[in-house]
Design a binder for this molecule. Structure first.
Ligand code: PMP
Length: 351
């Protein structure tokens, strides 16, 4: 039988996430920008407390509104909780932004290279996708005076390249977008600045954040969006009503309340990032200055795949993109100092 699939689903390739080796413990896995450090000890305690000795709490549905999480996030970011929605990873809220604002056949836009999952989410909705390149001085190439698409996603800091867009430039873009401007700040805690305050000045700006990277909670699937209450109310209508499980909710509040742990973790990663970038440059690599927990580095012979393979043979997993815009280099997540020392030693062996 031919499945009665919607044609856009039938023709979709589907998103391929970063590779996860089955024997992951024996690898240096620096391919999906995970945090090498464990989450705050307070997070572990909160999960165990929520679970209790027999797990009885799991019988009951979690809070549908995640109100305590909105309050904790509101304190961190300086917003009333009515400006915040919690999500099952920021991917969930990116998806719901498209569902809320872009009907079938309408346009969403984003910068290429950035996060190609926006395109997958748009394809599912039957929305059209338009991509824009980057100029030499790291601005969007050919961005129209008035952008008429329903949603424009700006990843800042950019992944996989690393630089963040200046706030004044982002503010200018907000004024040029007829639709929503979504600032995907997945990596903002590793950066020098955040554009989150633009939400207060521009009705069409939404900022998304995640606990996957800086808070070391990729495994719990926790993200959020900050936007005007009307936007949050719309997103609340379309999300799964119990979108965050009990353990994730407990973990989230504890993580957000331990800002000292977060700051120390990010400090270590930034320090390792700067040290590692310098070491790579000394080996002749071209390294784009990064504001994230990763660097995009191009070897002297511009053969990213050769280096990827050499590292892979040594059980070091980095990210190589076959896209011709990126295939000359590698995106390398910042692990512990020891992970990066071993990676450098392997790079020396490969050359
Ligand atoms: N945006 C960007 C730019 C990302 O790199 C990622 C993670 N790979 C996400 C969003 C999604 O993050 P999560 O769903 O784990 O919050």
């Amino acid at each position: 039988m031919t499945l009665p699939l919607r044609p856009n689903i039938a023709s979709m390739a589907g998103y391929v996430p970063g590779y996860q080796p089955p024997d992951i413990a024996s690898w240096i896995k620096i391919n999906t920008n995970e945090n090498p450090y464990p989450p705050s000890p307070r997070v572990v305690k909160a999960i165990l407390d929520e679970l209790g000795p027999d797990g009885a709490s799991l019988r009951a549905y979690p809070s549908a509104s995640s109100q305590k999480l909105r309050e904790a996030a509101g304190e961190v970011f300086g917003f009333d909780p009515s400006w915040i929605i919690m999500a099952n990873g920021s991917d969930e809220v990116l998806n719901n932004l498209i569902r809320a604002f872009a009907a079938e056949g309408e346009e969403i836009g984003y910068v290429h290279p950035s996060y190609s999952y926006y395109a997958t989410l748009a394809e599912v909705q039957g929305a059209r996708v338009r991509t824009f390149g980057l100029t030499e001085d790291f601005r969007i190439a050919g961005f129209p005076e008035r952008y008429e698409g329903k949603v424009f996603f700006l990843t800042t800091p950019n992944a996989p390249l690393g630089p963040a867009f200046p706030i004044e430039y982002i503010e200018e873009l907000a004024g040029r977008c007829d639709g929503m401007l979504v600032l995907d700040e997945t990596y903002a805690e590793f950066a020098e600045s955040s554009a989150v305050d633009l939400v207060k000045r521009h009705e069409n700006v939404v900022v998304t954040r995640t606990l996957s990277k800086s808070y070391s909670l990729a495994g719990m699937r926790l993200g959020l969006a900050i936007a005007r209450p009307e936007v949050i109310a719309a997103l609340d209508k379309i999300r799964d009503h119990y979108n965050l499980d009990r353990l994730a909710q407990a973990a989230c509040v504890a993580a957000l309340r331990d800002q000292a742990y977060l700051a120390e973790c990010c400090r270590k990663i930034r320090e390792t990032r700067e040290w590692f970038s310098g070491q790579l440059r000394a080996l002749g690599y071209d390294v784009i200055p990064s504001q994230g927990n990763y660097v995009f580095a191009t070897p002297p012979d511009r053969d990213g795949k050769r280096i990827y393979d050499g590292l892979y043979q040594r059980k070091i997993l980095v990210r190589h993109f076959s896209d011709p815009l990126l295939s000359h280099g590698l995106r390398i997540s910042i692990g512990t100092r020891q992970d990066m020392e071993q990676t450098l030693a392997a790079l020396l062996e490969i050359d």
